[in-house]
Design a protein around this ligand. Sequence first.
Ligand SMILES: CC(C)(COP(=O)(O)OP(=O)(O)OC[C@H]1O[C@@H](n2cnc3c(N)ncnc32)[C@H](O)[C@@H]1OP(=O)(O)O)[C@@H](O)C(=O)NCCC(=O)NCCS
Length: 391
Amino acid sequence: MTGKPLAAIVSAGLSRFGKLDGLSAREIFQQAGKEAFDRCPNLDPRKDIKALFVGHMMESTEHQGHTGPMVADWLGLNPIPASRTENACASSGVALRCGIQAVASGLADTVIVGGVEKQTHLPTSDTTEYLALSADNFFEQWHGFTFPALFALIARAHMHEYGTREEHLAMIAVKNHSNGSKNPKAHIQKEITVEQAMTSRIVASPLKLFDCSLISDGASCVILTRPELAKKFADNPVYVLGSGQASDTIGLYEREDLTSLKASILASREAYKMAGIEPKDVDVAEVHDCFTIAELVAYEDLGFCAKGDGGRLIESGETKLTGSIPVNTSGGLKSKGHPVGATGVAQAYEVYLQLTGQADHRQVKDPEIGLTHNVGGHGSTSVVHVYKTSK
Ligand SMILES: CC(C)(COP(=O)(O)OP(=O)(O)OC[C@H]1O[C@@H](n2cnc3c(N)ncnc32)[C@H](O)[C@@H]1OP(=O)(O)O)[C@@H](O)C(=O)NCCC(=O)NCCS
């Protein structure tokens, strides 16, 4: 018996992900908003939408702050309350939770939540430095730690402790690129082999090019309403059953254990409890594969396998599209791309498509329960949501 829904998703939109030259963040967000409005003809955005929450991490890269009212303006939604959330790469996972809280508390009947990021106009070195701001300044940033380097430490620790091999990480890249090749909105839409992944250039050993997520532009949004109102807007709404969020130290060096993200364990347990489900009930999941090792650790933290068994899970093929727990059907951050502020809600977009049977060539068979897992930094924030079809 699952829990009582907190809110319902009645529509969703996503821009194309990739290097979107000539488009600013506001124009990219407008693309995602237009798709969500077009998908939901029974909704009158100006009349029905009562608040906007948008995740945006690196807003100063365009010399344009105040993202909330700006994107509300570009969707024609002023004067509704419009707010920006910033939690590093979990910025829009947190925006989603804020939207759910607004609907569940009765503060607003219907809201739009989303995320946006514009980062490909900068050189990689500048983007890397902006991203590193979400690690500890005193002991990490100033010693030259970047996110590839921090996740390389996590990978080394996991390999040492549990015998995880570089091939396991390459298998995750191969799976996610295969899924991304079926996603017309993905940044890179091509299959790769384990050999290509294993021989790609070293970024921060043991992580190589194909272990890293992409630096992308993109935007995402979903429209949330009270469960009782959902059928007014959509025949097949998706219900949000559980929401969990947790925080952890800002420095990786302060953690007792490098082989798991405690915030993900706590956030997922909160979401599972609220939803009244167990990890084995999840039929499809989008997890935060900012690096391949992050997906492997997520398998364990979310309870899809026992601690230390992440390597064996990817080897078994069970997280492929045809497996018992398909993970990152969209291509994930690895192949669909990682416009950081947009990522959390982009995961919800994919789960919405999967649970409403709209995922085309990457559709998994009859999923009922979906999950999203969005991480900020190296797990200083983690947000997990659980969803259910209207069946
Ligand atoms: C790995 C990384 C350093 C590569 O950047 P780069 O060296 O500047 O690479 P370029 O942008 O010059 O791209 C060179 C080629 O590699 C490809 N490429 C770039 N990043 C890639 C990635 N992560 N995976 C696969 N291919 C990638 C490009 O498409 C390009 O291919 P082409 O020559 O066929 O056009 C960069 O993608 C990165 O930093 N990723 C991680 C981002 C991150 O940390 N996000 C936050 C996580 S917490």
